[in-house]
Write a protein that binds this ligand. Structure first.
Ligand code: GRF
Length: 195
């Protein structure tokens, strides 16, 4: 199976996904694409020998449809079977989602359906939650909606800040996403629930 990974930043999730797709793993990374030209993850992808592309959303000011058409025309020549959004920070329309229906995943740093959208860790802390975590889900037109394919839980401890909680969750993301992708490319949709 051929996996394209979309990033916007440091790409730590992308690195863990790529590092897991070796040996008898049924999938290989065929592309890392960023909407941010100088995203740190692009250098990491190149160091891993993965082809990279940039489609800069700033080149399509206000033209979401044009941006997504450029994404598709850049991605599809790599013939991916699966798209993995990993720290990709652009909202995608139902047209784009429909083009990759049933084969696009995303990781979100909350225990969905709680805290869709941004600032998830601050919201969990402010709500006095005693646990937080991350979710991998199939991408549908509804932002951070779609069937849950995996979740990992962490405790929220007294004195936690957004930084301390996000660091604790990120460690779990790095274990969860590769585990979910392995099942997904094998056709197994049973949820990965950690710990
Ligand atoms: C992570 O918190 C992830 O949950 C969110 O983007 C953040 C950065 O991820 N989707 P990465 O280091 O760029 O993979």
């Amino acid at each position: 199976k051929r996996v394209a990974i979309l990033i916007s930043g440091g790409g730590s999730n992308m690195v863990r996904l790529a590092e897991d797709m070796i040996d008898d793993h049924p999938a290989r990374p065929v592309l890392v694409l960023s909407n941010v030209p100088d995203a740190g993850g692009l250098a990491k992808a190149r160091a891993l020998g993965i082809p990279t592309e940039v489609v800069n959303h700033r080149d399509f000011k206000g033209d979401r449809e044009g941006f997504e058409k450029a994404l598709i025309s850049t991605i599809d020549p790599y013939e991916p079977d699966v798209l993995a959004l990993a720290g990709f920070m652009r909202i995608l329309t139902s047209e784009f989602v429909g083009h990759y229906a049933g084969r696009m995943l995303n990781i979100h740093p909350s225990l969905l359906p709680k805290y869709k959208g941004l600032h998830t860790h601050t919201r969990a802390i402010d709500a006095g939650d005693t646990e937080a975590g991350c979710s991998v889900h199939e991408v549908t037109a509804e932002l951070d909606g779609g069937p849950i394919l995996g979740q990992a839980r962490v405790p929220v401890v007294a004195g936690d800040t957004e930084d301390s909680l996000s660091a604790r969750v990120l460690v779990q993301e790095h274990g969860l996403y590769p585990a979910v992708l392995r099942r997904f490319v094998s056709g197994d949709r049973s949820p990965v629930l950690l710990p």
